[in-house]
Design a protein around this ligand. Structure first.
Ligand code: GDP
Length: 392
């Protein structure tokens, strides 16, 4: 359908009703059913030859709003689809969930001049960027607990809190206090869609892989009692008390290493430099080695686990006083370890009414408002705060 005349004809049809657009609502990848949302596209579907043929023989633009209709899409080798006109100018098309069916429908629509956009773009245009960010975050929430907090923001908690900051102006000190209350949750907010990152360090054979497996509850990394087995950063995603956590088993940090292990160690150190928490593991059944002490000194804020507590203790009173006694083999102490990990990652638990910025942009915009308040620029602060809520 490259014929410029026909493209011109479709453009004319489009210009009569509004810009025709389509977005895929369901995620990429194989699924049973895929859903596309079309705007201002009924006339394009009905243009000769029609792209959509309903089993009830009515044209797309004459279908009753809210009625679900079976039909076929496409001129050659049509696809079975379910069609529903949701609003005057909004259609949902449900087709086979494979990528091929979706790609083919999008191609046919694009050839008739329909703009293909992504779901986020469509939501931002329809609802504004702020609401689209909330919905996008909700779709990516890894746990029920994080989804509940995002839902609260989507239901007005964040918006009301930001409006209270604006209402407090021009009294800048009060506004700054209220703003600080929201801003301080920005890192936490970013973890509602991306897990907290915990890097495990310890010399080879202390039981890091075993501990991760025990914590995650399933076998993920290779457990093998020959030093240097874990050459890469192997990550496992799990949830502790409803908070999403990624645990990384770093390459056994040791001095004598080949080039492959050296690369593993470099990646491990990169991960550790940006991790939310470092968990240092040592084997309490073996006397402390220089590298154990080096690691304790290198990561002074690390949470320390004394593993293999099912075996006799070789550390005695040299054991760091805060170390949690665990056994990856028997599971002893794991509950206490999880509690300590959670209290380090989430030192303060938000309530259902805590305002939390949930996107990078929201955090940045609050930061701009905060800087503006610090220099007493009320106008710039209000502009940034309003933009955060409504920006399109
Ligand atoms: P990593 O090199 O630090 O990842 O250590 P691994 O997880 O591969 O464990 C090394 C060896 O220690 C394996 O033979 C494990 O079965 C054993 N091991 C790990 N944790 C424990 C534990 O808590 N108790 C005992 N008795 N053995 C353990």
């Amino acid at each position: 359908m490259d014929d410029p005349d026909s493209l011109g004809r479709y453009a004319e049809i489009a210009s009569n009703s509004g810009v025709p657009r389509v977005a895929r609502l369901t995620p990429r990848g194989r699924g049973a059913v895929a859903t596309l949302r079309l705007e201002h596209a009924a006339a394009i579907l009905d243009a000769d030859p029609p792209l959509f043929r309903a089993a009830n023989l009515r044209p797309a633009s004459a279908q009753v709003i809210g009625r679900i209709v079976f039909g076929s899409f496409g001129c050659d080798a049509p696809e079975d689809v379910v069609y529903c006109r949701r609003e005057e100018q909004v259609i949902e098309l449900h087709c086979h969930g494979g990528d091929a069916a979706v790609a083919r429908i999008l191609r046919d629509l694009r050839e008739r001049g329909v703009t293909v956009e992504d779901w986020f773009e469509q939501e931002s245009r329809r609802l504004g960027l702020f609401a689209a960010e909330c919905r996008s975050a909700l779709a990516r929430a890894p746990t029920l607990r994080t989804a509940e907090l995002i839902l609260a923001q989507n239901s007005g908690v964040l918006q009301s809190a930001v409006e209270r900051v604006i209402a407090a102006l021009p009294e800048t000190s009060r506004a700054a206090r209220l703003l600080e209350e929201i801003w301080r949750w920005r890192h936490f907010g970013s973890r509602l869609t991306e897990p907290w990152r915990v890097g495990i360090v310890g010399r080879p054979n202390v039981g890091k892989s075993s501990l991760i497996n025990a914590l995650a509850g399933y076998e993920r990394s290779i457990v093998f009692d020959e030093p240097g087995t874990t050459r890469d950063v192997v990550t496992v995603e799990t949830a502790f008390r409803g908070w999403p956590v990624q645990i990384a088993d770093t390459a056994g940090l040791r001095t004598a290493a080949g080039p492959l292990e050296a690369e593993g160690m470099r990646r491990a150190r990169d991960y550790l430099a940006t991790a939310d928490l470092v968990l240092m593991v040592f084997d309490r059944s073996q006397p402390g080695a220089a590298i154990d002490l080096q690691l304790l000194a290198e990561f002074p804020t690390a949470l320390v686990a004394a593993n293999k507590c099912d075996l006799p203790d070789a550390w005695g009173n040299t054991t760091p006083s805060t170390a949690v006694q665990v056994s990856a083999t028997t599971g002893q102490g794991l509950g206490e370890l999880v509690d300590q990990i959670v209290s380090r990652l989430v030192p303060e638990t938000p309530t259902a009414t805590t305002a939390i910025p949930i996107s990078h942009r929201q955090g940045e915009t609050l930061g701009l408002a905060r800087e503006a308040l610090l220099r007493n620029d009320v106008e710039a602060a209000v502009t940034a705060l309003r933009e955060m809520l409504t920006s399109g």
